[in-house]
Design a protein around this ligand. Structure first.
Ligand code: ZN
Length: 324
């Protein structure tokens, strides 16, 4: 006969599906509450990483997003095996995230204005960029070009995907190619860097936006501590986070998640003249390139909304003489 203990085992830990411990302030947060606050800690403002679909839902007008190329599937062209075989790693990531690869893209509207939105998912093999992610960014850019709508890319990535080797590295060139074509056509490209944006994604399209936004305290850098220390022979003095890049000019605005959607809509309304109804016409290019438009935008955002049209005009008239 089995021995019956008089007491149940004590529950030391909170059930994982109900509570999350904040890494910023060690507070135990009720998951439902955390979801209501867009997965930002109400006590210390720590921004938790969020899946791509959650991000899309937070940014886009409700029901307007139509995912494209959701069936693009990575292939194991190198027969790569590290601790696991690459196909096994892919399958595990696909089952846990419900995605085929680490990015989703599609057309949608923000504040009623059509956009092409591509969002990376860090929970899929560290948001790493292989040929499928590169292709999705490219197709989002090509759509933006064809339809003349703004391109918005939200990055969350550890960099290029090592399991696809050189094919992944080629995505740096490919994504920069489409981003440059979008910019040359004077279509707005807004890059949003979230925690983390590192490696090949940092080294290519993520910091190449007409406007580069970042979430507070997001880790943004090219190489990790070990690689940096091995290269320059000493430890880096600071962990480069969003605020560091803001103070050095790589990032234009650090925007808390709760304000991100409104901020992007405000920037789009400044970059695109209202006279063309939200769609940029090739006869009347909406965008001046380079830093001058950024100073115009940040100046206007800092002041009041009445500066909108003046800011765009000022940017256009000064747009030719700055590139550096
Ligand atoms: Zn916290």
């Amino acid at each position: 006969m089995p021995v019956r203990l008089p007491f149940r085992p004590r529950r030391d830990a909170y059930p994982a599906d109900l509570w999350t411990k904040c890494p910023g302030c060690a507070e135990m947060l009720f998951n439902k509450q955390l979801d209501k606050s867009l997965r930002v800690c109400p006590h210390c403002g720590h921004h938790f990483r969020i899946p791509a679909r959650t991000r899309v839902a937070q940014l886009i007008d409700s029901g307007s997003f139509a995912e494209r190329d959701g069936n693009l599937q990575p292939v194991d062209s190198l027969a790569f095996v590290d601790l696991k075989a690459y196909p096994d790693r892919l399958l595990a990531a696909q089952l846990s995230t419900g995605l085929r690869d680490a990015a989703i893209w599609g057309p949608g509207t923000m504040g009623g204005r059509p956009v092409a939105l591509c969002v990376m998912d860090f929970f899929f093999i560290g948001g790493s960029m292989g040929p499928v992610v590169g292709e999705k960014i490219t197709r989002a850019g090509e759509y933006a070009l064809a339809e003349r709508v703004p391109l918005i890319i939200v990055s969350a990535s550890g960099g290029a995907r090592m399991q696809e080797g050189t094919y992944s590295l080629m995505q740096l060139v490919k994504t920069m190619g489409i981003v440059e074509r979008v910019k040359a056509a004077r279509i707005p490209y807004i890059s949003v860097m979230t925690d983390p944006t590192t490696g090949g994604v940092f080294a290519s399209f993520a910091v190449a936006g007409d406007v580069n936004l970042a979430e507070p305290n997001a880790l943004i850098r090219f190489a990790g501590d070990r690689v940096s220390a091995g290269t320059i022979g000493e430890e880096l003095p600071v962990v480069p986070r969003a605020e560091f890049w803001l103070s050095h000019g790589f990032v234009d605005r650090v925007v808390p998640r709760a304000q991100l959607r409104d901020e992007i809509i405000a920037i789009l309304s400044m970059l695109i003249p209202p006279s063309v109804g939200g769609q940029a016409e090739s006869a009347a290019p909406p965008l001046a390139r380079g830093r001058s438009i950024l100073s115009a935008i940040t100046g206007a955002l800092g002041a009041d909304n009445s500066g909108e049209s003046r800011a765009v005009e000022a940017g256009q008239s000064r747009g030719e003489n700055s590139n550096g």
